[in-house]
Design a protein around this ligand. Structure first.
Ligand SMILES: Nc1ncnc2c1ncn2[C@@H]1O[C@H](COP(=O)(O)OP(=O)(O)OP(=O)(O)O)[C@@H](O)[C@H]1O
Ligand SMILES: [Mg+2]
Length: 487
C-alpha cells in the first residue's frame, strides 16, 4: 500500500508519478526548455495536493491518520481544477514545440511578436501554456541567455470592461497592485511604459486567455495590442503577445482583418482530442496510481478501470466533442459509482489497493453515459426537436451559432414540407428545451460576457452534447431525419 507521506505537501519526496507520460516526440534543444521532461525532483503534483487536502481536512482531525482510499486518490486525478503542469502534456508534443519555440525565439532575439492560439474547449490550450511557463520560468520571470522577460497571464473574463486590459497589463508589469483605478492606465501609458528604459526588462510576455472577451465593435483594443506586438515595433521593452480563444468567430473575422492591416500574428490550432489521445491521457493518469517500485513489473496494468470500460469512456467522449473535461468527468463519476457500490457491500475501502479494488466495468460507464449524455432524454424528444438536432449534427466540428443553425434549418425543403414552417421564436424555444435537457450546450460563459456580440441566444455557439450514435438510434426509421443526417 502506498504511504501517504509520499503525497503530503509538507514532505515532498523524490518520485516520478508521471514518468510514463513523458514521451514527447520532439524536444527543443535548449536545456532551458527541458525541465518538464526531466523531473529530477518531482515534487508534488497539483492533483496529489488535492488528495492531500482531502486527507488533511482540518474539520476532521480524528481522521487525519487514515489514508485516502484508492478511489479517492483516483478521483482526485480527474477532479476539475486538479491539474499537473510539471510534466509535458500527452498528445500535445507538437503544439508544445511550436509554443516553446515562439517564446524562446522572441525572448532571446529580443523581438516583439504575437501568437494566436485557437481550438475548441477542453483541448489543452490553457494547460499547455501553463506547462510551458512552468518549464521556462522561475516565478514570474524567464531568464534565457541573459535576456529577461516577465510573464503576465490574464484571463480576460475577469475584466469588467475590455478597455481595462491596458491598466491590467500596466499594473502587472510594474508590479504595483495599488495603482488607482481613478487614474486608469491607457494604451498610450502602456506604450510609454514599454519605452521606459528604467523598466530593465527585455520583454514582457502577455498571455490573454479567453481573448474573445476583448472584442469591441471596432476591435480597436485587440488591434492596438497586436500592433505593439509586431516584430517591427520599436519599443524598448518588447511585447510578446499570446492570445487564446475558442471562438471560431475570432479566427474567421478578426485574423483576416488583422492581416488586411498588415498585422500577421502566428497561429497555432489545438484540434479536439481523438479517441486514442483521450485514452492515452486517461491511462497515463490512472497508471500514476501504481507505486514507482511496481511500475516496471506492471507495464501493461491499468488500475481502477477495466480496459474495455476505458474504451467505452473514450469512445463516448471523443464522439461528442473531443473535450477532455467531459472525458475526465465521465471517469470521475464512473469511479464514484464503483466506490459507492463497494461501500454498500460493507467493504472497508480504505484497505483496498490498486491491485485488489473492484474495477470500473462497462455497465458503470454506460450508466454514467446514459444519465449525463442524455440517452434517456433523446428518446423523449419530439420530431421537431430531433430535426433541429439532426441539422446541428450536419455541422459537427464547426462552431456555429443558433442564428446560423436556424438559417440552415429553414432552408431544408423536406422539413418545411413535412413539419411546417417554424418561426424564429419557436425555433429558439426548441433550442432552450434541448439545452435544458443537456442535449445541446449553448455558448461559452465568456461569450455571454461579451457585450457586443453575444447579447442574445441567437448569437450563442451551439454544440451537441450527445453522441452521434445515440441520435442515430433515436431517429429510428424516420426518413426525413435520416435524410438530414445523410443516413
Ligand atoms: N494532454 C493533456 N493531458 C492531461 N490533462 C490535460 C491535457 N490536455 C488538457 N488537460 C486537462 O483538461 C482540462 C481542460 O484543459 P484546458 O483548460 O487546457 O482546455 P482549454 O483548451 O483551455 O479549454 P477552454 O477553451 O474551455 O478554455 C484541464 O483540466 C487540463 O489540465
Ligand atoms: Mg482555457
Amino acid at each position: 500500500m502506498r504511504d501517504i507521506s509520499n503525497i503530503a505537501p509538507s514532505t515532498p519526496k523524490k518520485q516520478k508519478l508521471h514518468s510514463t507520460l513523458i514521451t514527447p516526440t520532439k524536444q527543443i534543444t535548449s536545456g532551458l526548455l527541458s525541465p518538464a521532461s526531466t523531473p529530477t525532483k518531482t515534487s508534488i503534483t497539483d492533483s496529489n495536493k488535492g488528495v492531500a487536502r482531502l486527507f488533511t481536512a482540518p474539520s476532521t482531525p480524528t481522521k487525519s491518520t487514515s489514508k485516502p482510499s484508492i478511489y479517492t486518490q483516483a478521483k482526485a486525478l480527474f477532479q476539475r481544477g486538479s491539474a499537473d503542469y510539471t510534466s509535458p502534456l500527452v498528445s500535445r508534443e507538437v503544439e508544445a514545440l511550436c509554443l516553446n519555440r515562439f517564446l524562446l525565439d522572441n525572448i532571446t532575439n529580443h523581438t516583439s511578436n504575437s501568437l494566436y492560439i485557437s481550438g475548441p474547449p477542453g483541448t489543452g490550450k490553457t494547460a499547455q501554456i501553463n506547462v510551458s511557463f512552468k518549464a521556462l520560468s522561475s516565478g514570474q520571470n524567464i531568464k534565457i541567455n541573459g535576456a529577461t522577460a516577465k510573464v503576465i497571464q490574464i484571463n480576460c473574463m475577469t475584466l469588467n470592461a475590455p478597455e481595462h486590459i491596458f491598466h491590467e497589463i500596466y499594473s502587472q508589469v510594474v508590479g504595483t497592485l495599488s495603482i488607482s483605478y481613478r487614474k486608469r492606465k491607457t494604451f498610450d501609458d502602456l506604450v510609454q511604459l514599454l519605452n521606459n528604459k528604467e523598466l530593465e526588462l527585455n520583454s514582457v510576455v502577455v498571455v490573454l486567455d479567453e481573448m474573445d472577451c476583448l472584442i469591441t465593435r471596432d476591435q480597436q483594443i485587440l488591434f492596438e495590442l497586436f500592433r505593439i506586438a509586431t516584430p517591427t515595433s520599436d519599443t524598448n521593452t518588447k511585447l510578446v503577445l499570446i492570445g487564446i480563444s475558442n471562438a471560431l468567430d475570432l479566427t474567421d473575422k478578426f485574423l483576416p482583418r488583422l492581416k488586411r492591416n498588415g498585422l500577421n500574428p502566428q497561429a497555432l490550432q489545438f484540434l479536439p482530442y481523438t479517441f486514442e489521445q483521450i485514452k492515452a491521457v486517461i491511462i497515463g493518469k490512472l497508471r500514476s496510481l501504481i507505486p514507482d517500485e511496481d511500475k516496471e513489473n506492471c507495464a501493461d496494468d491499468i488500475p481502477i478501470f477495466h480496459p474495455s470500460a476505458i474504451q467505452l469512456c473514450c469512445k463516448k467522449s471523443a464522439s461528442i466533442t473531443g473535450d477532455l473535461r467531459k472525458a475526465f468527468d465521465m471517469v470521475y463519476k464512473s469511479i464514484e459509482v464503483v466506490e459507492e457500490n463497494t461501500k454498500k457491500k460493507n467493504k472497508d475501502i480504505s484497505s483496498l489497493t490498486w491491485l485488489d479494488c473492484p474495477k470500473v466495468l462497462i455497465p458503470h460507464v454506460a450508466k454514467i453515459c446514459s444519465s449525463s449524455f442524455g440517452q434517456k432524454s433523446l428518446s423523449s424528444l419530439n420530431l421537431l426537436q430531433k430535426a433541429v438536432l439532426c441539422c446541428l449534427f450536419t455541422h459537427q466540428g464547426q462552431d456555429i451559432n443558433v442564428n446560423t443553425l436556424y438559417d440552415f434549418y429553414i432552408k431544408q425543403p423536406d422539413i418545411e414540407k413535412l413539419l411546417g414552417n417554424l418561426k424564429k421564436g419557436e425555433f429558439l424555444e426548441i433550442i432552450s428545451a434541448l439545452e435544458s435537457t443537456s442535449v445541446v450546450t449553448l455558448g461559452e460563459k465568456k461569450l455571454l460576457k461579451c457585450n457586443v456580440f453575444n447579447v442574445d441566444i441567437g448569437n450563442k455557439i451551439i454544440r451537441p452534447n450527445v453522441p452521434f450514435d445515440d441520435v442515430i438510434k433515436s431517429i429510428g426509421d424516420v426518413g426525413i431525419l435520416k435524410r438530414i443526417v445523410g443516413k
